[in-house]
Design a protein around this ligand. Structure first.
Ligand code: SAM
Ligand code: SF4
Length: 345
């Protein structure tokens, strides 16, 4: 009997050591890996028009990013999202996708992109093992798209979406940030567009990350409940239990196979379910999107190249400071000064 208890305790310790569990009992099995803070767009909710980007030598190399990805998968992470900035503007990024795609234990290698480079890269991403891809699309109107992205070209993104459809990903999901009096009148058009192409779509409430010079965030706030009410005038939304491991709450459009998700950091806080952490392109492990708690992994990967055990221990220890949740507040200036492109959306 005593021996059995000892064995169970040992097993428990081994299992816990190979898993990431924070002080609130939440298991972290999902990592968002940012590969660059740079981008070919300047979306007005994400960046300032005139942005300073990090000097290239401050970025982790692709090999260092791959090692971090490996360390996480050895700690029970089964989903990695490669993001940025715009991940597909990083030189040779496909090599990183290929390396991550071979990690045993990784069930899902996914990415989020603005779509501008997909004509060039969709097929290579699929071949590297990317199963699902998120493409950001805030407007179907050329001029408005340009206004919201400041420099982006809608035709390039549309061609990118077609290339992704041709490449045969398991699932493509559009992401749209909805701003009042900017694109809130396009909500049902965006759903029609997604549905006609067999894609899903998530609507995102804008988060107050970094200072932006383009608009007033409080005035532009358009809640998920508003979006849902607008959609219900046109479609029948059926509740689902769909869970893709992210913060989206999904409904199915009765008229098609399309899922509509709502990411509602303001109106429906999702922190109690949080299963993820982020690594910035400089190697800062961020324990929460809306707080500054972090651990710098760069000194470990630089001072002890290839020492995966040391890296894993550092990641394990970091779980102790994962905060309970964010407290976004549109009434005050952002307390988080990192922009979304630095955070790794
Ligand atoms: N460049 C890629 C893209 O736009 O898809 C990947 C990085 S981007 C930071 C990831 C997602 O974050 C995009 O869907 C974007 O719309 C969203 N995003 C950026 N800034 C945001 C903010 N302040 N609040 C909410 N979502 C934001
Ligand atoms: Fe670039 Fe994505 Fe930020 Fe837009 S949301 S500026 S595409 S990183």
């Amino acid at each position: 009997m005593y021996k059995n208890i000892q064995l169970l305790t040992m097993l428990d310790t081994v299992q816990n050591k190979s898993q990431l569990i924070d002080n609130f009992g939440r298991r972290v099995d999902y990592v968002r890996l940012s590969v660059t803070d740079r981008c070919d767009f300047r979306c007005l909710y994400c960046m300032e028009e005139d942005m300073n980007f990090l000097p290239r030598d401050q970025l982790l190399s692709l090999e260092e990013l791959a090692l971090i990805g490996r360390a996480f998968t050895e700690l029970g992470v089964n989903k990695i999202r490669v993001t940025g900035g715009e991940p597909l503007v990083r030189n040779n990024v496909i090599k990183l996708f290929e390396d991550l795609g071979q990690l045993p234990g990784l069930n899902e290698l996914v990415t989020t992109t603005n779509g501008s480079q997909l004509v060039k890269y969709a097929k290579s991403l699929k071949a590297a093992g990317v199963k699902r891809i998120n493409i950001s699309l805030d407007s179907l109107q050329k001029d408005r798209f340009r206004e919201m992205s400041r420099v982006g070209e809608l035709s390039k993104v549309m061609a990118g979406i077609d290339a992704a459809l041709d490449a045969g990903f398991e699932k493509i999901k559009l992401n749209a940030v909805i701003l009042k009096n900017q694109n809130h009148d396009e909500i049902s058009d965006l759903v029609e567009f997604a549905s006609a192409r067999g894609m899903d779509i998530s609507f995102i409430e804008e988060m107050p990350l970094g200072l932006t010079d383009g608009h007033d965030r409080k005035a532009a706030y358009y809640s998920s409940d508003h979006i849902k009410a607008d959609l219900e005038k046109v479609f029948t939304l059926l509740p689902t239990t769909e869970n893709t491991g992210g913060p989206s709450k999904y409904f199915k459009i009765a008229e098609s196979e399309t899922l509509v998700g709502f990411i509602s950091p303001h109106s429906h806080n999702f922190c109690d379910q949080c299963n993820r952490v982020r690594v910035t392109c400089e190697g800062r492990l961020l324990l929460c999107l809306g707080q500054e708690h972090s651990v710098d992994l760069k000194p470990i990967v630089r001072s002890y190249p290839g020492d995966i055990d040391r890296l894993k221990q550092c990641i394990r220890d970091a779980m102790d400071i994962k905060p309970k949740g964010h407290d976004f507040n549109l009434e005050v200036k952002p307390v988080i000064f990192r922009h979304m492109n630095v955070t790794g959306g």
